[in-house]
Design a protein around this ligand. Structure first.
Ligand code: G3H
Ligand code: 13P
Ligand code: ZN
Length: 309
């Protein structure tokens, strides 16, 4: 625990999760409303939580604003909160995040071949471990497109390379590609995670494993969004049963962004359709916050982290 900010490192929360056989939710934050909704859910369920910002979020809201409000949340809430950089691509951003008090970063050098990924990750580990900051890296590639996380084809993680990668880099956690992809259009084909591969990775790698692209894309939320005008065709997410299988087999951190985006905008659409005369942003944003909170509560219950904070 950093006494000044009350933030904790992801190494601390994830090693407890690994021992306790549950997963900690990592939720993407771009603004005040999303952050408040996530923290309210975690506080209500007394769950540890990872608040993560991408380089896109930093570009949108500003690093100091994001770090400032998340540190305030950690100070005010009585739960363990990690401030994490999601999909860090540039060393410069990582250095700035460390300066602003992030307790955890992801270096995503997964676009490079193995040796270069190792070299870049090692450099980040050296920098971060000196400051007590935890490091997540990615091996294999998780597909899908959002904003700054560009589209790539999925390359599943090779278990033997995963072992070598962890030994060479000394990372604290490893994001694995086992079939998920970012966004609301997953599993063009199987509809399942490669649990056999996850088991093989787990038998070779002892550090906490991370699942990206894990949103469930809940049917009720999509239905609401579509009812109020969203064009969402053929969307699909990771079924809850697959998430449970993943946790059973070593996944300790689960990233969720898309479900929050869908929830936020579904509630916005509904409110504006029903209240066309309303123009007070606070009244418009409140239902969005409430639906995001409900979605995060559902995820926390699914991950088994309720009561662990
Ligand atoms: O994988 C991370 C995010 O879901 C993509 O976020 O649009 O902020 O880059 P971004
Ligand atoms: P989703 O797009 O499935 O929510 O995944 C988010 C993610 O992996 C952020 O790093
Ligand atoms: Zn991701």
């Amino acid at each position: 625990m950093n006494n000044e900010t009350m933030l904790v490192s992801s190494k601390e929360v994830l090693s407890k999760a690994q021992k306790g056989r549950y997963a900690v939710g990592a939720f993407n934050v771009n603004d005040l409303e999303m952050m408040q909704a996530i923290v309210a859910a975690a506080m209500k369920l007394r769950s540890p939580v990872i608040l993560q910002t991408t380089e896109g979020a930093i570009e949108y809201a500003g690093l100091k604003y994001l770090a400032g409000m998340i540190k305030t949340a950690a100070h005010e809430s009585k739960i363990p909160i990690v401030l994490h950089l999601d999909h860090g691509k540039s060393l410069n951003t990582i250095k700035q995040c460390i300066r602003e008090g992030y307790t955890s970063v992801m270096i995503d050098a997964s676009q490079y071949e193995f040796r270069k990924n190792v070299a870049v990750t090692k450099k980040v580990v050296a920098l971060c471990h000196k400051k007590g900051v935890s490091v997540e890296a990615e091996l294999g590639t998780i597909g899908g497109a959002e904003d700054k996380v560009e589209a790539r084809r999925i390359i599943l993680t090779d278990p033997a390379y995963a072992k070598q990668f962890v030994e060479k880099t000394c990372v604290d956690s490893l994001a694995v590609a086992i079939g998920t992809s970012h966004g609301a259009y997953k599993f063009k084909g199987s509809g399942r995670l490669d649990i056999k591969r996850l088991k093989q990775i787990r038998s070779k790698v002892k550090i906490p494993l991370v699942l990206h692209g894990a949103s469930g894309v809940p049917k009720d939320i999509v239905k609401k969004a579509v009812k109020y005008g969203a064009k969402l065709q053929d969307v699909s997410g990771v079924p809850d049963s697959q998430i449970q299988q993943a946790i059973k087999n070593g996944i300790c951190k689960i990233n969720t962004d898309t479900d929050l985006r869908l929830s936020f905008t579904a509630a916005e659409r509904e409110f504006l359709a029903k209240n066309p005369g309303e123009f007070d942003p606070r009244k418009i944003l409140n239902p969005a916050k409430q639906l995001v909170q409900q979605t995060v509560e559902r995820r926390i219950m699914l991950f088994g982290s309720a009561g662990k904070g």
